[in-house]
Design a protein around this ligand. Structure first.
Ligand SMILES: [Zn+2]
Length: 746
């Protein structure tokens, strides 16, 4: 469930979106992708000359990064000089206009011209920097050549520093404010929105504040970064991870061999209570005492995170206060669909009360099993360390489909081939495998390139696929923006969008072909949804192109795409057996759905707990400097909203890393789940896919990128009553469709 976006005044320089909830990540680095067939498209000689690695013109060797960065800085400085020149002219005109009326008219004309252009020019600055910094970001995460990675890292840092100086450039900010575009109703909605977000982005750095306040803001912002980094470091620091020493033979025999053999130190067996090992033991180990020890060790470390978390939240709230917000949660939600923290909290509490009965039913099944397990018919209450183990037992009893059997229906090549026909139907797009220009790929034949077009329009985009694991590569699933698509001038030439999908689909041991597990297919479709948002976005400015919108909105389309992994009509195209070519049998798909729904309400409760803690922690309601207050809050939320018991003396919040990355926006996934459920049920069910013509997603949603108010887009697609309002103006989705989806509706 990693999702990370760069927070920067230049509007998330890299709009990277990691994959959604609970993804499993592959760790094998062995195999490269070899296509059987490829549709070759002819590239003109001209295009060849213009090429470079990642499609960046002029990038052929690591040393090129330095020159490209220098060019960016020169180009941006030219634009800034131009803006300054206009400002000075304007001042001059103003001075003259005091003497003659005619000069006043001239001044007005020049001012209007300058005002309109300031947004275009700031957008151009952003576009110019992103063209290189986004490639540097992708390169340092994916390039197999160490020298490339190092050069990309240097360039990334250099340009980030340059961006910091721009964020503090008062001339730029003042030109934007003076233009008064936001309140000018004669301008387009997009222009006004871009002007507004640009101003807000500047102001996040405190440019509009007094020197004294701005300095304090800088200190708190730097502190927040430092403490957040410390929190994440502690999570992977072996010295901070507690260990459980196992001495008895029956204890040692109860844990999986791979854990056992890797934990021997001389005569001792010390099991590290890191997240991975702990969860494996909690699931698979029949020895309750071992599970208890692991659970307690894992959920009370890293100890260093008590202080890191206190400091992080305190710095964030202090920074928000200087910017005029009551709390960090208020600061964050102000620019989101939710508008206020309360909007999101009302939503979460409401959802919690609606799933409670069903979750209780699920929990009772676990209690029944616990009773059966108990020796001598003793009553045994379910404890924190029993839950995963019982769930696993229940799933095994229910005979859910074998993961490898299902994977046979999703050969990667087959999935990719099916996509053209399928998305042709659903989105009215054409997807063709394009040939790579020499020097464009960063890892030989492992990289594929798709060209997406919309017949009858000039919308076009490129999607690079880097899907197979290799050593040193970014280990999660993510959508990286390489170049934002947008119309450079209204009705003028278009900049083609370009993105990369980075995943790690390992080969299965029984097949030479890469077969996706069902969860991998779902992940891939999720990321592909982000890619289509980038590619099909048709905005004038790059600043709000594609996925550059509020986080509680941009996750919506990608969640709609996840549904395709569960739909027989979609799988008719996307899921064909790697040997027989048969579509996945209806009975197998049904079983798969049943397995997904098992404990869905309890899972949902857990997500609500995480999202609520994330919001409450950042709401400035408790004394965060007292770390026991934080633990108390976590425990209270857990007890109130989940049947999984909160165990005294444990502090799960110490290992909940998403507090750092999301900082009160974790609820976004649950918003996206509700909204995508409604879109799915309304627009894609009742054989609408079979009949084709579901282009509503393309024409009413993806097209706008982040350039419209998300609430308007959603109501335009879904009709009124899609969104609810809290008393303080907070906005949240109606959850009835999600509940229906999970078979939870009362
Ligand atoms: Zn996502």
């Amino acid at each position: 469930m990693n999702r990370y976006r760069h927070r920067s005044n230049w509007r998330s320089l890299s709009s990277i979106s990691f994959s959604s909830l609970s993804r499993s990540f592959s760790s094998s680095f062995s195999r490269l992708y070899h296509p059987q067939q490829e549709q070759k498209l002819r590239n003109s000689n001209n295009e060849r000359k213009k090429s470079g690695v990642y499609g960046l013109v002029g990038l052929h060797a690591p040393k090129d990064f330095e020159r490209l960065a220098a060019d960016v800085i020169d180009r941006v400085n030219d634009i800034i000089s131009d803006i300054k020149g206009k400002q000075e002219k304007k001042v001059l005109r103003k001075h003259r206009s005091n003497t003659t009326v005619a000069a006043g008219v001239v001044e007005e004309r020049i001012a209007t011209w300058g005002e309109k252009n300031i947004v275009h020019q700031l957008d151009e600055i952003s576009d110019t920097i992103c063209a290189v910094v986004d490639v540097a970001e992708l390169c340092r995460n994916t390039h197999p050549d160490r020298e490339f990675v190092q050069a990309a890292e240097r360039t990334y840092l250099k340009l980030q520093n340059f961006v910091q100086t721009l964020n503090g450039n008062v001339d730029l900010y003042q030109s934007l404010v003076d233009a008064k575009i936001e309140e000018d109703e004669s301008q387009t909605e997009e222009l006004r929105r871009v002007a507004q977000t640009l101003r807000q982005d500047f102001e996040r750095g405190g440019i509009h504040l007094t020197d004294e306040k701005r300095k304090r803001l800088e200190v708190h912002s730097d502190d927040a970064l430092r403490h957040g980094f410390q929190f994440q470091q502690n999570l992977i620091d072996p010295r901070q991870i507690r260990h459980v020493e196992l001495k008895k033979r029956e204890e040692l025999e109860a844990i999986p061999t791979w854990i056992h053999s890797g934990s021997k130190k001389g005569n001792q067996t010390l099991i590290p209570a890191d997240q991975n090992t702990m969860n494996s033991i909690l699931r698979a180990c029949d020895n309750r005492e071992v599970r208890r020890q692991m659970y307690e060790a894992g959920n009370s470390s890293p100890e260093g995170n008590r202080l890191a978390l206190s400091n992080l939240i305190k710095s964030r709230n202090d920074a928000a206060e200087i910017l005029g917000f009551p709390s960090h949660a208020d600061f964050m939600t102000a620019s989101m669909l939710s508008k206020t923290p309360n909007g999101a909290k009302v939503f979460l509490r409401d959802l919690s009360s609606q799933v409670r009965d069903i979750a209780e039913g699920e929990f009772k099944m676990l209690e029944k099993l616990q009773k059966q397990n108990a020796s001598g018919g003793r009553e045994e209450k379910i404890r924190g360390w029993d839950v995963l183990h019982l769930m696993r037992q229940m799933r095994a009893k229910d005979d859910y489909p074998d993961i490898n059997t299902v994977a046979q229906y999703f050969p990667l090549d087959g999935v990719l081939k099916g996509m053209n026909e399928f998305f042709g139907k659903v989105l009215g797009v054409e997807i063709a495998v394009d040939s790579l220009i020499p020097g464009e790929s960063w890892c030989g034949e492992a990289i594929k390139k798709l060209r997406v077009t919309v017949p009858g329009t000039d919308t076009e985009g490129i999607i690079y696929l880097d899907l197979i694991p290799r050593q040193g590569k970014f280990p999660h699933a993510a959508h990286f923006v390489i170049r934002c698509g947008h119309r450079q001038k209204s009705g003028g030439t278009r900049q083609t969008a370009s993105v990369a999908l980075v995943c790690n689909f390992a080969a299965k041991s029984f097949s030479r072909e890469t077969l996706l597990t069902h969860q991998e297919l779902e992940t891939f479709l999720h990321e592909f949804g982000h890619a289509m948002h980038s590619v099909l976005s048709d905005t004038e400015f790059q600043h709000l192109s594609g996925t550059r919108g509020a986080m509680d909105y941009v996750e919506v389309p990608s969640h709609v795409f996840e549904y395709f992994a569960w739909d027989a009509n979609a799988l008719h195209f996307l899921g064909r057996h790697y040997q027989t070519g048969e579509a996945i049998p209806a009975a197998l798909l049904r079983k798969l759905k049943q397995s997904k729904r098992a404990f869905a309400a309890m899972d949902l409760q857990q997500q609500i707990v995480y999202a609520l803690l994330d919001l409450e922690l950042h709401s400035n309601q408790i004394d965060v400097e007292n770390s026991s207050e934080i633990s108390k809050l976590a425990s209270e939320i857990q007890s109130e909203h989940s049947f999984i018991p909160s165990e005294p003396g444990t502090s799960w919040e110490l290992r909940f890393g998403h507090t750092v990355g999301y900082g009160s926006s974790y609820y976004s996934y649950l918003y996206a789940k509700c909204l995508s459920a409604k879109i799915w049920q309304q627009e894609f069910t009742n054989d609408k896919i079979g009949q084709g013509g579901c282009t509503i997603l393309r024409d009413k949603m993806l097209k706008y990128g982040g350039s419209r108010d998300p609430a308007h887009i959603l109501e335009n697609v879904l009709g009124p009553n899609t969104l609810e309002k809290s008393f303080d103006g907070g906005v949240y989705p109606n959850s009835s469709h999600l509940l229906k989806e999970f078979d939870l509706a009362k």
